[in-house]
Design a protein around this ligand. Structure first.
Ligand code: PLP
Length: 386
């Protein structure tokens, strides 16, 4: 079986995890702050707050910005449901936005429409936009920032797919994903299919030390230990607000530290795989039958998504490839199609998401994919499209 994605675990990972298991601290020990320091350096931010999942990171980021039941969150309709769910945990309303038909990324015209509508028809205290740098391609953060300013919204980048990604504007200035150049905060996920694997895990990234402190406190019940009494009474702490237990363990942090060291080499490997696919597909007999993603220097290649031009054959392709031992996936079922979210939205309002969803297929892309496996994928796709 060739999966669409999977973790890469090396000997050094096993050693790092074993070392923690033999130490005194399985959680709340020194590995978590060590991991956080490496994360803030790697993502070029002032503060990283590690937590138990990418979903928890979204919830912590939103909550730390003050999102509550009087708030609204604007979310692209092509994303993992967690981007929207984290607003719902806080009681906030979710407004879904359409995406570009070609890449599934938040559509700026649709975003502006939703912003105007929200300002006119909703009463809310805080509005947040959550762009997703889908598949590893940067969302247009600078433009989103300008719209956010104009309509008095905040921005949190869901960078679950895009550690290491960057974009370049027309005067050559680079914006790195999760670097919070144009956003209040960013979140990443350490699920095994993502770039950095902790088993489960995530982080909030920000330049605001206030926001970081808030996220850190909410991660552990809303408890504050740095009180005036701390000197005389070291055991003293106080719960000042309602938080959660969203802590990452030291076992997971130790794994994350090793994985993060290999982020750049693993992205290089992903680039090489994308390049191979691109050459093969540009020369293939079936080249007119699919659209393939543009090779961009700043792409982080979490996913390699092809699009079938012929309506209605995507599901057949999924089954055909599965028969051949190739496991593909669809990223994503639009959020408005899930029964939980359905009923508030009309499909006809999301032409971009409908077109993207009905034709997209994520084919195998991960650093340990071998050349032979990649050839098998290309051949099987050719046989299907013959
Ligand atoms: C993976 C993912 C999440 C959630 O991360 P978990 O660590 O699985 O909770 C959120 N948003 C997007 C876009 C993701 O891909």
């Amino acid at each position: 079986m060739i999966p669409y994605s999977k973790q890469t675990i090396e000997e050094v990972d096993l050693e790092a995890v074993t070392e923690v298991l033999n130490s005194s601290w399985l959680t709340q020990g020194p590995k978590v702050p060590e991991f956080e320091n490496h994360l803030s350096e790697a993502f070029r931010v002032k503060r990283a707050v590690a937590c138990s999942s990418g979903t928890a990171a979204l919830q912590l980021a939103y909550a730390s910005l003050g999102v509550n039941s009087e708030s609204i969150g604007i979310v692209p309709s092509i994303t993992f449901a967690a981007t929207a769910n984290a607003y719902r945990y806080l009681g906030a309303e979710v407004i879904l936005c359409d995406v570009n038909e070609e890449d599934g990324i938040i559509n700026l015209a649709s975003l502006e429409e939703k912003l105007i509508h929200a300002r006119k028809n909703h009463k809310f205290n805080i509005g947040v936009i959550s762009p997703v740098s889908l598949a590893g391609k940067m969302a247009p953060l600078e433009k989103i920032y300008k719209l956010a300013k104009e309509y008095d919204f905040l921005v949190v980048e869901d960078a679950s797919h895009s550690p290491g990604a960057y974009s370049e504007n027309n005067i050559g200035q680079k914006t790195y994903s999760a670097s919070c150049k144009w956003t209040e905060a960013a979140t990443v996920s350490f699920h095994p299919v993502k770039h950095i694997c902790c088993g489960e895990g995530g982080a909030v990234l920000t330049h605001s030390l206030d926001l970081g402190r808030k996220a850190e406190r909410l991660r552990s019940h809303g408890i504050n230990r740095n009180t005036e009494q701390a000197e005389q009474r070291p055991w003293y702490y106080e719960q000042v607000e309602l938080g959660w237990n969203f802590r990452l363990t030291d076992i997971q942090a130790a794994l994350g530290i090793e994985q993060l060291k290999r982020l750049n080499t693993s992205i290089q490997r992903r680039h090489a795989i994308a390049h191979e696919y691109d050459i093969a597909f540009s020369e293939a007999e079936f080249r007119e039958k699919i659209d393939r993603p543009t090779l961009l220097d700043g792409h982080a290649w979490h996913l390699y998504v092809i699009r079938f031009k012929q309506q209605g054959i995507r599901d057949q392709a999924y089954h055909y490839l599965k028969e051949k031992g190739i496991i593909t996936q669809i990223h994503y079922i639009p959020v408005y199609k899930h029964p939980y979210h359905a009923g508030h939205y009309l499909e006809k309002d999301f032409p971009g998401a409908e077109a993207y969803f009905s034709s997209c297929l994520s084919i195998p892309m991960h650093p340990s994919l071998t050349g032979k496996e990649q050839e098998d994928v290309i051949k099987a796709l050719g046989d299907f499209l013959r």
